[in-house]
Design a protein around this ligand. Structure first.
Ligand code: ATP
Length: 423
């Protein structure tokens, strides 16, 4: 029994989770199955950090076990019969159960052929030694560490190491995963792993855009994604995704500003727009197409470059707030935020921030119904007056509902030619 691991378990997993995995181990045993905690949770527990996304591997039937566990709990159960997996979601944490499986690759970059297998098979299909440890949860062996690839030694020596020489050829997404763990944990690539990674960079071409994009999304969720991108640049990985991409100091500075100043915009999308900020339109289009970005992200990326080209107009002296609004209203907010962070023009930056923090939220107090009640007939005139009121709001010429009502009366006076008391 690994005393070391049990101590970590006591220290870093709250009692209800410990009870849950202990009970799950008992239940598996009653059902004649073996149950193991695997992957990131084991790694993080040894590193002394908390990870509440628990991955369990079952030698047996994961779905059958998950059904039994769900009976005695409040958890929400989701099952995927095709993959032999199930998820039990609790309020603050989740348990993923998977039937142990073996994977074989018919050709580089292809999705693997999956078959039920043993724990040994299941550990062999994993990316790095530090992610390929398992801890047994059935009562007789509770806490026993299964470490076929000396992952614990690698954790102690702070190394990222692949399990076998074909690993990056089988699945080149592991190249990006390696850099993500290396930078997150402050580890080093083990020398043979680094040399294999360097030799296999071209294998990224065998990976679909969707899968590479998914890895980039995972990178963008890291605390400091710029560290991963810098390393990916140094190793020639970015160059393989698109020759114009850079993970340099400028990008690091921008990402750090983004974390400080993002205003109600998803940080991941902001990172992405900053990542393409220095590309040409054509390069950006190529990158979007290679990674098959979904519509919303692709639009934010394209708007970023389109707006960048428009920035000289935004620096025109004497622009009124309504002019700024008019110029910016058609752009996706992440594109505006990106330009606000990245432009070298202080005037443009200030105006972009002004739009994001104030102008985009400003609306007239009166609506179409109010205008009709004031005698303006339904139809295009309502739209025209609403636009006048909106401009007046933006420019500070109308600050209250009464100010707007006064403007409506003036408008009626000028359009009908009748004299109206404006007081
Ligand atoms: P984290 O979520 O902290 O990044 P994790 O280890 O939980 O770490 P997941 O992406 O959830 O990471 O993957 C779970 C496990 O599945 C990993 O620990 C790894 O063993 C395995 N895995 C995931 N992707 C791959 C891959 N492309 N090749 C081999 N094994 C993989």
């Amino acid at each position: 029994m690994s005393q070391d691991f049990l101590t970590q378990l006591e220290k870093h997993l709250p009692q209800p989770i410990r009870k849950l995995i202990t009970d799950a181990g008992k239940k598996a045993c009653e059902m004649g199955m073996e149950l193991y905690l695997v992957g990131g949770t084991v790694r993080d527990l040894f590193l002394g950090s908390t990870n509440f996304d628990l991955d369990l591997v079952v030698e047996g039937d994961a779905i059958e076990l998950a059904n039994e566990l769900a009976k005695d709990s409040q958890a929400k159960l989701t099952i995927h019969p095709r993959f032999g997996t199930a998820k039990l979601s609790f309020t603050d944490f989740s348990l993923d159960l998977a039937t142990a499986r073996s994977e074989t690759y018919s050709k580089p970059g292809a999705l693997p052929t999956v078959r039920p297998g043993t724990l040994k098979d299941d550990l062999f299909r994993r990316d790095f030694t530090i992610n390929a440890m398992a801890v047994c949860l059935v009562p007789q062996r509770f806490g026993e560490l299964i470490d076929l690839y000396r992952g614990k030694d690698d954790l102690e020596h702070r190394l990222i190491r692949i399990l076998h020489p074909n690993s990056f050829t089988d699945d080149a997404t592991r190249i990006l995963r390696a850099l993500r763990y290396e930078q997150r944990l402050g580890f080093k690539l083990e020398p043979e792993t680094e040399s294999s990674l360097r030799q296999n960079i071209a294998m990224l071409d065998t990976i679909s855009g969707d899968r590479i994009r998914h890895e980039l999304e995972l990178i963008s969720k890291e605390k400091e994604p710029e560290r991963v991108l810098r390393r990916a640049d140094e190793l020639g990985v970015l160059n393989r995704l698109h020759p114009s991409l850079r993970g340099n100091g400028w990008l690091g500075e921008m990402f750090s500003k983004a974390r400080q100043f993002a205003q109600r915009v998803s940080l991941s999308v902001l990172y992405l727009c900053l990542f393409v900020y220095r590309l040409t339109k054509q390069e950006n289009d190529e990158f979007i197409s290679r990674l098959n970005f979904p519509k919303a992200s692709a639009q934010a990326m394209c708007h970023t470059l389109k707006l960048k080209a428009q920035l000289p107009v935004l620096t025109t002296p004497g622009l009124k707030p309504s002019d700024i609004h008019q110029l910016l209203r058609g752009y996706a907010p992440p594109a505006i935020q990106t330009n606000a962070l990245a432009t070298e023009s202080p005037v443009a930056s200030q105006r972009l921030h002004f739009y994001l923090s104030r102008l985009r939220y400003m609306r007239p107090a009166l609506n179409g119904e109010d205008l009709q009640r004031m005698g303006i007939p339904a139809g295009p005139q309502i739209r025209e007056v609403l636009q006048i009121l909106h401009r007046a709001r933006l420019n500070g010429e109308a600050q209250t509902r009464q100010d707007e009502e006064r403007l409506v009366r003036i408008w009626r006076q000028t359009t009908s030619g009748t004299k109206v008391d404006t007081e």
